[in-house]
Ligand binder design. Structure first.
Ligand code: SF4
Length: 459
């Protein structure tokens, strides 16, 4: 049996991979002796398998595999239980940030609107003992704004800097993992340095929010609810760790499906939960309304960068971005013509087959695109393996269609018009072009391929 999305003819580590796929997460978890003996334990005992996980089935070390599996519902209940004990030195502020692509999953599962699902999910998490529930859309705002600025700079310097163009999007950890571990220096200098929304949310919660609350970062336990397992791997990256406090910006990622398991096993339906508005990073202020970014099934990087670049570089207002389908619906392009010449050529390449075609073009020096929005999952983030699968691990196409329909009803907002973002640039980051912007909103990619024998699974 070949892994889904895998395009290799032969998989040299097939047997090892299959062995691991059939090994429950619990067996891999070296902390089992510390299991919580709490009322929540049975809820958190769900098993995950590697075959359910990474979009790219790519290279991960055995240490990373263990640390990915350790991020499960038990971690949430471990913190909830410690918070009930008398020893306040072990108490943590529990903050949960929810990706916008996870909300349509709960809306579709419980036949709710996205806003109802969001507010009831917030009510459910607070009923468990979570202190703050945030929406990560604000982090995506920052990520898009930084990506579009970087694209314009790269475009202007393309004749001086060899790797400036094409620029690849940086939001999908499945793609980043593949680029770093397999493609390495061929591709990494082309990847936008803006952090993904997940990691910017980590900086916001463990940086800005912790400071507002007079807390050190290690006193906050930060969980992200996301559509895929790849984000668990992203949370482990060394550059998102603060050694002074021994604190990761994101402590644990739970998939939408894992949160649904908690509800299922505790026999809770979101339909019966009271609505509670999301928190914001500003003390006492609640989230007024839920919004999404314009674009296809991602956070809309292609559309925002395209419109911004058209205006900044060619003084052209683009109202509607028109996609042209190429080989399949997950490989499309968008162009801007000026005086009979194509001045901007962008592509959306979703799924590993389309990504590999794009990389092949780059290798041959035949990549004519200026920007490529890359997502590891065919169909985009709503199709992440942490939410769009049936119980037996098959793609759930009916659920995906429902998710796409409800997601399309969420109102759209431009990142530039978010006043909270403007306030944070001033209060937290000392302006739009400061050193702090580089430190908090940008990252670096590894250009070294890890030794093959360190990897547990090979592409
Ligand atoms: S496309 Fe989206 S859901 Fe799929 S791996 Fe990338 S970030 Fe996760």
């Amino acid at each position: 049996m070949k892994c889904e999305n895998c395009t290799k003819k032969e998989c040299s580590n097939k047997q090892r991979n299959e062995d691991r796929q059939n090994t429950p997460a619990d067996v891999l978890n070296s902390n089992d002796e510390n299991e919580e003996k709490s009322e929540f334990h049975k809820l958190a005992n769900a098993k995950i398998f590697l075959s359910d996980c990474l979009a790219c089935d790519n290279c991960i070390t055995s240490d990373e595999a263990v640390r990915v599996f350790q991020q499960n519902q038990k971690e949430l209940f471990h913190v909830l239980n410690l918070n009930k004990k008398c020893d306040t030195s072990k108490h943590k502020v529990l903050a949960v940030s929810i990706c916008p692509q996870s909300l349509p999953y709960f809306a579709a599962k419980f036949s709710l609107t996205v806003t109802e699902a969001a507010q009831r999910l917030c009510g459910f998490l607070k009923s468990l003992g979570v202190h703050y529930v945030f929406d990560t859309t604000i982090a995506a705002d920052f990520s898009i704004l930084e990506s579009q600025k970087e694209f314009v700079q790269r475009y202007r310097h393309q004749n001086q800097e060899e790797h400036a163009i094409p620029m690849f999007a940086s939001a999908c950890p499945g793609w980043i993992q593949y680029a770093e571990r397999v493609l390495s220096s061929l591709v990494t200098p082309h990847i936008c340095t803006a952090k993904s929304p997940q990691q910017i949310m980590g900086s916001l919660v463990k940086g800005y929010f912790a400071r507002q609350q007079n807390l050190s970062p290690d006193k906050i336990f930060h969980i992200i609810v996301a559509p895929c397992y790849d984000k668990k791997l992203e949370a482990l990256r060394e550059d998102f760790h603060t050694p002074l406090y021994n604190s990761q910006d994101v402590d644990c990622v739970l998939t939408s499906g894992e949160v649904f398991q908690i509800m299922e096993q505790s026999k809770v339906s979101l339909r019966e939960i009271a609505e509670v508005a999301f928190d914001t990073l500003f003390d006492g202020v609640k989230e007024a309304e839920l919004i999404r970014h314009d674009g296809r099934k991602s956070d809309g990087y292609l559309e925002h960068i395209f419109k911004y670049a058209a205006k900044e570089l060619f003084d052209t207002e683009v109202k509607d971005v028109v996609y042209k389908a190429l080989k399949n619906k997950d490989f499309q392009e968008v162009t801007l013509e000026k005086d009979g010449e194509t001045v901007l050529r962008f592509a959306a390449a979703y799924g590993f087959r389309n990504i590999q075609n794009m990389v092949l073009k780059l290798k041959k020096g035949k990549c004519s695109y200026h920007f490529i929005e890359v997502l590891a999952c065919p169909g985009g983030c709503l199709n992440g393996k942490g939410q769009a699968q049936t119980e037996d691990g098959k793609p759930d196409k009916a659920l995906l269609r429902q998710m796409e329909d409800v997601y399309a009803t969420v109102p759209v907002r431009l990142p530039e018009t978010n006043r909270q973002v403007q306030k944070l640039y001033q209060e937290w980051l000392d302006g739009m072009d400061s050193m702090k912007v580089q430190e908090s909103l940008h990252t670096k990619y590894s250009t070294e391929k890890p030794a093959a024998n360190n990897l547990d699974i090979k592409w």
